[in-house]
Design a binder for this molecule. Sequence first.
Ligand SMILES: Cc1cc2nc3c(=O)[nH]c(=O)nc-3n(C[C@H](O)[C@H](O)[C@H](O)COP(=O)(O)OP(=O)(O)OC[C@H]3O[C@@H](n4cnc5c(N)ncnc54)[C@H](O)[C@@H]3O)c2cc1C
Length: 396
Amino acid sequence: MNAYNVIIIGAGAAGLMCAATAATSGKRVLVIDHAKKPAEKIRISGGGRCNFTNTRCSPANFLSTNPHFCKSALARYTPQHFIALVEKHGIAYHEKTLGQLFCDGSSQQIIDMLLTECAATSVDIMLETTISRIETGYQLHTSQGSFTADSLVVATGGLSIPKMGASSFGYDIAGQFNIPLTLTQPALVPFTMDEDWLSRYKPLAGVALPDVIVCCNKQTFREAMLITHRGLSGPVMLQISSYWQEGNAIHINMLPEADMRALLKSARSHNPKQDIHTILSQHLPKRLAQSILDEQAINGRIADLSNASFEALASHIHQWSLVPHGTEGYRTAEVTLGGVDTAALSSQTMECKSQKGLYFIGEVVDVTGHLGGHNFQWAWASAQAAGTHLASVTVQ
Ligand SMILES: Cc1cc2nc3c(=O)[nH]c(=O)nc-3n(C[C@H](O)[C@H](O)[C@H](O)COP(=O)(O)OP(=O)(O)OC[C@H]3O[C@@H](n4cnc5c(N)ncnc54)[C@H](O)[C@@H]3O)c2cc1C
């Protein structure tokens, strides 16, 4: 029988959560995905341990054209709800930092948990299935036959990591039903730098700073930074990339806890014979310290250095301004910024205001979280908003 109450496109985080929820009232639910395996992004997330939520998650952790849109869903399905589900399935977890919760074991445990929930409510899941046409009503023509449903949920995610099955299909469906989109761009993505910068800093690839403040477009983040052979990465750079536009400068304070001007002056008074490299290396990785000194053409005993040299070093360390050449793009971005315009959706149910029975959930929607488990929390919360509504809809 090919008639369902609900068809969900996308067996990812949002799609599986929505399916299990919508089917609780006995609704017939089918999930279709073109990939060989479900939820591949959960599998690779959090370095294989899935940062599945963040206990400090709030609407302030999300970017959207309408920052209020996410509030309702996030308030009704909180990190505590997801933690309760994780605990019900006996999955051990830990807080890594800043409220970020990870599995002790592997992210496969979260996938298995969602699949178990789907099996318990008799959800059908069809993988390796290509959808060729969708007709209003809803009728889906696929490589495995045709299927009908009263409601269609689009949970196809964003454009990042195309080799894992990411596609623009969700945006195409929005287009088919005249649902507007906001501009999309890679987010939570490493920066690339130009050749000139790389000629100096590429040899430092692998050098990390544990505590850095970075600012761009009035946003500030404080976390770790990593120099790569293409540019700059690490949590702090991924976070700020979501606010960066081409041509913008980013401003870095490499040592927020220290006052370099005062430190250098004090060193000149107390240890005048010390080499400046030795002093900088007490606060920064040795190779980075040397590179900064080379760039400023400063060397030798601290006693012989001028206040102007101190100023140049302090300014480089506390107010390093750079204009990234670009980003690594969707190849490595964790998420897509922008997507289905929230103005077209109900924040209570995720249903399209102009198209009855059509829903968009998860990353395909113009709601993008900060790094640290917020994107999964949005996937769970938006899926619950749609799923609970679908479970309550009277079957016609
Ligand atoms: C490397 C990496 C690490 C990440 N780590 C974390 C983390 O630790 N914590 C966190 O909160 N977020 C993390 N994220 C982000 C998180 O994975 C996503 O925000 C989340 O998976 C979005 O859920 P979704 O269900 O909307 O989309 P997805 O999980 O991407 O699922 C979409 C599904 O739709 C399917 N699909 C796409 N196109 C079609 C089509 N044409 N036909 C049929 N099916 C289709 C896909 O195959 C996929 O199964 C990470 C992302 C990446 C890339």
